[in-house]
Design a binder for this molecule. Structure first.
Ligand code: SF4
Ligand code: SF4
Length: 120
């Protein structure tokens, strides 16, 4: 089995993704491209598509629960990096669970990670 986030994307179609403007390009070359973000509040940007309902980040590729995945993974902003999939590091993740359930997917379990092949 591959990493579950590569066939999910539920969180990217559930939550507003807001962050400080300095995280995005051009100020931060390692951040989301400027055309993929929108102004939200003073000092804050949001990933385009997450600023209002229905929520779907513009950088989300594929179909949620099938092949949904982040198309700018290496450039994703801090809220996306902070949302850890449930049990990947042995801890629950209420946001991951909430997003998956909202899209009709079963929450991840510790068993999910036992079936993932080790890299290499
Ligand atoms: S909801 Fe959980 S499993 Fe799905 S993409 Fe987000 S972190 Fe990964
Ligand atoms: S930037 Fe990537 S990880 Fe973050 S919400 Fe958008 S698609 Fe998901």
């Amino acid at each position: 089995m591959t990493h579950p986030c590569l066939s999910c994307g539920a969180c990217c179609a559930t939550f507003r993704v807001a962050f400080h403007w300095a995280e995005a390009q051009p100020d931060n070359p390692d951040g989301p491209p400027a055309e993929l973000v929108v102004p939200l509040r003073r000092h804050e940007l949001a990933m385009r598509g997450t600023e209002s309902a229905p929520t779907r980040c513009v950088a989300l590729a594929g179909t949620v629960g099938v092949d949904g995945h982040c198309s700018i993974y290496a450039l994703r902003p801090s809220p996306c990096r902070a949302l850890v999939p449930a049990w990947e590091d042995g801890q629950p993740s209420p946001q991951c669970d909430k997003a998956r359930v909202a899209h009709g997917l079963e929450p991840l379990t510790p068993d999910t990670w036992r079936t993932i092949a080790a890299p290499g």
